[in-house]
Design a protein around this ligand. Structure first.
Ligand code: ATP
Length: 357
C-alpha cells in the first residue's frame, strides 16, 4: 500500500475557480516527489490540500490507506517549509529551531539533543547563538528547514523554499536539501516552477499545467519519454525545438527542407496527410555527418557561450531553432551551418492532441 494516496482530488475555490482537476498520485514512504509547472498551475493548492491548510473539494487523500481529508494539519503529521522562511527575528537560531518542541512542552534535555542533531545535519552548529539577521539567506533557509525537520514528522512539504535565494545560494541549498533527504529519509513533496530543481532533486516529478497533471515520472522518463508537447517543452534547457508540419510522402517540412519521417518512424505510416508536431532537443544534434539522421542546412544568427557548451540560434527558411554544442565546435555567426538530427532523437506528437506518437 502506498504511504500517501491522492484519488481524484479536485479543488474548486469559493469563487468557483477550478484550480485542480482529478489529481491522482501514490507516493511511497521516503520518496522525494516534486510538483513542477508554470505559475498558477495548481502546485501550491495541491500541496496545501495535502498539508490540511486547504479543503479538498472532492476526491480523497489517504495516509497509510486511511482517509485523511477531515484531519487537521497536526493530525496529519506534516511539516511545511514556505517560500518566506519567516523566522522569529528576536530569537536565536537555537530557539527558532526549538520553537515547535518548546510549544509542545517537550523536555529541555530532549529539545537540546534534537536541536544539536538537527543543527549538525544542517551545518548550523556554530550559528546556534546568532540572531537571524546575522545570517545569510541560505543559512536562514536552513534554519527554517531545521524548524520543520526537528518535528520528526512523516511528511515534509516544501513550497518553493529556495525562491528567496540568489542563484548561487540556490545551487548550494539544492544539493543540501538532497543530502538532508538522504540522511533523514523523510517523505518529501516539493513545489517549484524551476525544472532544474525538479530534475536534480526528485525521485519522481509531477508536471502540472492549468490544474491538470500532464505526466508523472522519473527525471529520466520526463526527459527521454515526454508524454506530450507541453512536458517536452517544459523539461530541458534550452527547450526542445518544435515544428508543425503535415506528413507528405512520409516526409515533413522543416523550414523548406524535408525530414524523412518514414525512415525514422516506420510505425507512423498511418500518419500520411495528418498534421504532426516534430521535435528535437538542442543538445541532441550532431555536426559530423551521420547515418540514420536528418541533414539540415541552416544559417547561424547568434551564438551564446555558456562555458563548456554554446547555444546556437539558427534559422532555416522562416523557421527558427536553437542548437547546443560543445563550445570547441562553436560556428561563425552569419554563416551557413549543416547539422544532423539523429533518428533516435526525433520526437513526434499528434498535431491535434499534442500527445506523443
Ligand atoms: P505559483 O507558482 O504562482 O505559486 P501555483 O502553481 O502554486 O502557482 P496555485 O497557487 O496553486 O498555483 O494557484 C492555482 C490557481 O488557483 C491560480 O490560478 C490561482 O490564481 C488560483 N487561486 C489560488 N488561491 C485562490 C483562492 N483563494 N481563490 C481563488 N482562486 C485561487
Amino acid at each position: 500500500m502506498a504511504y500517501l494516496t491522492l484519488r481524484n482530488v479536485n479543488k474548486i475555490y469559493p469563487n468557483g475557480f477550478h484550480a485542480v482537476h482529478n489529481f491522482n498520485l501514490e507516493i511511497e514512504k521516503g520518496e522525494f516527489v516534486v510538483f513542477v509547472g508554470p505559475s498558477g498551475c495548481g502546485k501550491s493548492t495541491t500541496l496545501r490540500m495535502i498539508a490540511g491548510l486547504e479543503d479538498i473539494s472532492s476526491g480523497e487523500f489517504l495516509i497509510n490507506g486511511t482517509r485523511a481529508n477531515e484531519k487537521g494539519p497536526r493530525e496529519r503529521e506534516v511539516a511545511m517549509v514556505f517560500q518566506s522562511y519567516a523566522l522569529y527575528p528576536q530569537m536565536t537560531v537555537y530557539d527558532n529551531i526549538a520553537f515547535g518542541l518548546t510549544l509542545q512542552g517537550v523536555d529541555e534535555d530532549v529539545i537540546e539533543e534534537r536541536v544539536n542533531k538537527t543543527a549538525k545535519i544542517l551545518g548550523l552548529t556554530e550559528y546556534l547563538d546568532r540572531l537571524p539577521r546575522a545570517l545569510s539567506g541560505g543559512q536562514r533557509q536552513r534554519v527554517a528547514i531545521g524548524r520543520a525537520l526537528i518535528r520528526k514528522v512523516g511528511i515534509f512539504l516544501m513550497d518553493e523554499p529556495l525562491s528567496n535565494l540568489d542563484a548561487k545560494q540556490r545551487v548550494t541549498m539544492r544539493s543540501e536539501i538532497a543530502q538532508i533527504h538522504q540522511e533523514t529519509g523523510a517523505t518529501t513533496i516539493y513545489v517549484t516552477h524551476d525544472q532544474t530543481e525538479a530534475m536534480t532533486l526528485a525521485d519522481r516529478i509531477v508536471v502540472m499545467k492549468s490544474g491538470y497533471v500532464q505526466q508523472v515520472g522519473t527525471p529520466y522518463e520526463l526527459y527521454f519519454k515526454p508524454a506530450n508537447v507541453f512536458v517536452a517543452g517544459f523539461i530541458g534547457e534550452p527547450p526542445m525545438n518544435f515544428v508543425r508540419s503535415r506528413v507528405e510522402n512520409g516526409t515533413i517540412d522543416f523550414g523548406g527542407q524535408k525530414i524523412d519521417l518514414a525512415a525514422a518512424r516506420p510505425d507512423l505510416a498511418g500518419m500520411e496527410g495528418k498534421e504532426i508536431v516534430f521535435g528535437f532537443r538542442p543538445e541532441s544534434i550532431v555536426l559530423q555527418e551521420r547515418e540514420k539522421a536528418a541533414r539540415i542546412d541552416c544559417q547561424v544568427e547568434l551564438t551564446e557561450m555558456l562555458g563548456d557548451n554554446t547555444n546556437i540560434y539558427i534559422t532555416c527558411g522562416e523557421k527558427q531553432a536553437i542548437l547546443k554544442v560543445d563550445s570547441h565546435d562553436t560556428p561563425e555567426t552569419d554563416q551557413p551551418l549543416r547539422f544532423y538530427i539523429p533518428q533516435e532523437s526525433m520526437y513526434v506528437f499528434d498535431g491535434e492532441t499534442e500527445m506523443v506518437l
